[in-house]
Structures are given as structure tokens and as C-alpha cells.
Design a protein around this ligand. Structure first.
Ligand code: ZN
Length: 113
């Protein structure tokens, strides 16, 4: 399951960082694109299970889903692509190029000393 692998790698990174800072991690901020989307509930569930007994136990995950962006070939505007409204939000053109999806990133870990 994708989410279990994500949770495992998150915990490993957080534990390494926590050991380095000698602090207790409280919150982790994660972001991902809509195509790399993870199921928040499944990640939280897997995270909790794997974090049990480690310094990550009881941590809160903050998951941000970033939209895909498109660039209009007609007017050059950069806009957030919406599946239900697939055209330039400036000129309405359907001729645009999509940017690559955002990868899953661990943006920030908050520690409590
Ligand atoms: Zn346009």
C-alpha cells in the first residue's frame, strides 16, 4: 500500500531529524500534488500504527494537496487546473500546457524542546 510506504519513510526522516535536534516532533507538514495524492486518512492511520512506541507517537500530520498548474498557450496566463473546469481562467482558452505534478514533500517538522 502506497500510504504505508509514505508513512514509513516520513517516520524515518522525522526520527533522524528528532535525534539530531534532540527534540520531540509534534507536527509534520507534508505537501503533494493531486496526481501523487495520498489518502489523508490512510496515511494518518498508517502513521499512527508505525509511530507507536517511537518519538513520533501522537504527532499530528498536516497534509496539503497542491493543485496542478497550467499555462495558457493563448494568453500566457498561469492558472490552477481544475478537472471540472479545464480551461484558462483568464481568457477561457482550452489550449494550454500542464505543468508536472508536485511530488510528495516533507515540508516542515515542528519540534518541542
Ligand atoms: Zn488564456
Amino acid at each position: 500500500m502506497h500510504e504505508t510506504a509514505v508513512a514509513q519513510s516520513l517516520i524515518k526522516t522525522i526520527l533522524d531529524e528528532a535525534a539530531r535536534q534532540k527534540a520531540k516532533p509534534v507536527t509534520a507538514k507534508i505537501s503533494c500534488g493531486v496526481l501523487n495524492a495520498i489518502n489523508d486518512e490512510l496515511v494518518n492511520f498508517a502513521f499512527e500504527a508505525i509511530a507507536k512506541g517511537t518519538a513520533c507517537q501522537g504527532m499530528k500530520l498536516d497534509i496539503e494537496h497542491k493543485p496542478i498548474k497550467g499555462k495558457c498557450k493563448n494568453c500566457g496566463a498561469v492558472f490552477e487546473f481544475e478537472v471540472f473546469n479545464p480551461n484558462c481562467n483568464k481568457c477561457g482558452s482550452e489550449d494550454f500546457q500542464l505543468f508536472p505534478d508536485e511530488p510528495l514533500v516533507l515540508e516542515e517538522i515542528e519540534f518541542r524542546a
